[in-house]
Design a protein around this ligand. Structure first.
Ligand code: KIV
Length: 302
């Protein structure tokens, strides 16, 4: 294995200008109408790239169940898997806030279990906050997490852990009553002490209304441009999710194309014996080679 790429990247980025981001930074950005930038990351390599670019917040999303582990929904990913990936991201990140997504089942049984699991992300994986999905019934949990010094990011609207209850991945808050409920939920989460709220899959107007009514920042995904910040799933951003992109996704690169070209090139070169070359091989000294050949002559390929 070669780690030279990251070692030399170290030298290039040692003086990266980004300061450590905190939730106060995000609050100031909201006050000054400066957009908050957020992306998901699940491993050391991509988290380094995202952090070095100067993104404010990195979410180790439970979307890793789908884009990294190949499940159909986010539901199967476990606490242990989320902890494992959060640790990898933590090792890479120096500037961004690292938020860990609490997986399905880790906070649904009891408030006590939710607090204990959230504390594991802070203590064992170095997360700076946890994200939980859901509405009014999570308010007590948010209060208890805040009591336990654990910053909480809420998540409202299209909440993927509720996919079966919602009957699919559908835009939420489309009626006046549903929009009103979303606003009430957002205000309740803020009141309970959440530091930010992800607004996913809702009409632009609803997200805008909620954003204006809240003091804490909103971070949108499929919720229009008026949120205080935006987040995308890293694999969607770089075309690595093997799925038709949702309407709200903009692909900024083609990692799948890049990887395919590299893999095809390697396959070709190995099959044609064009890799490795003489320059990519190690050699014995002349004396050692002569000794080896006299002991057992090396048969050359034609
Ligand atoms: O898991 C995830 O990636 C998320 C984002 C979609 C916000 O929750």
């Amino acid at each position: 294995m070669s780690v030279t790429n990251f070692c030399s990247a170290d030298a290039q980025t040692a003086s990266a200008p980004h300061a450590k981001v905190t939730f106060q930074t995000l609050q100031e950005k909201k006050q000054n109408s400066k957009p908050i930038t957020a992306l998901t990351a699940y491993d050391y390599a991509t988290a380094r790239l995202v952090d070095e670019a100067g993104i404010d917040l990195i979410l180790v999303g439970d979307s890793l169940a789908q884009v990294v582990l190949g499940y159909d929904t986010t539901l199967p990913v476990t606490m242990e898997e989320m902890l494992h990936h959060t640790r990898a991201v933590r090792r890479a990140v120096k500037h961004a806030i690292v938020v860990a997504d609490m997986p399905y089942g880790s906070y649904h049984v009891s408030v006590q279990e939710g607090v204990a699991n959230a504390a594991r992300f802070m203590k064992e994986a170095g997360a700076e906050a946890v994200k939980i999905e859901g509405v009014i019934k999570r308010v007590e949990l948010v209060e208890r997490l805040v009591d336990a010094e654990i910053p909480v990011v809420g998540h409202l609207g299209l909440t993927p852990q509720s996919v079966h209850r919602m009957g699919g991945y559908k835009v939420q808050g489309k009626s006046t009553a549903a929009a009103d409920t979303l606003l009430k939920d957002a205000l309740a989460l803020e009141e309970a002490g959440a530091v930010a709220i992800v607004l996913e899959g809702m009409p632009r107007e609803v997200a805008q209304y909620i954003t204006h009514r809240l003091n804490i920042p909103t971070i949108g995904i499929g919720a229009g441009p008026d949120c205080d910040g935006q987040i995308l799933v890293f694999h969607d951003l770089v075309n690595l999710s093997f799925a038709k992109p949702a309407k709200f996704v903009r692909q900024y690169g083609d990692a799948a194309g890049l990887f395919r070209t590299a893999i095809d090139g390697y396959l070709h070169d190995v099959e044609k014996r064009e890799f490795p070359s003489e320059n990519e091989s190690y050699h014995l000294t002349k004396e050692a080679r002569a000794a080896l050949e006299s002991a057992s002559p090396i048969r050359r390929k034609a």
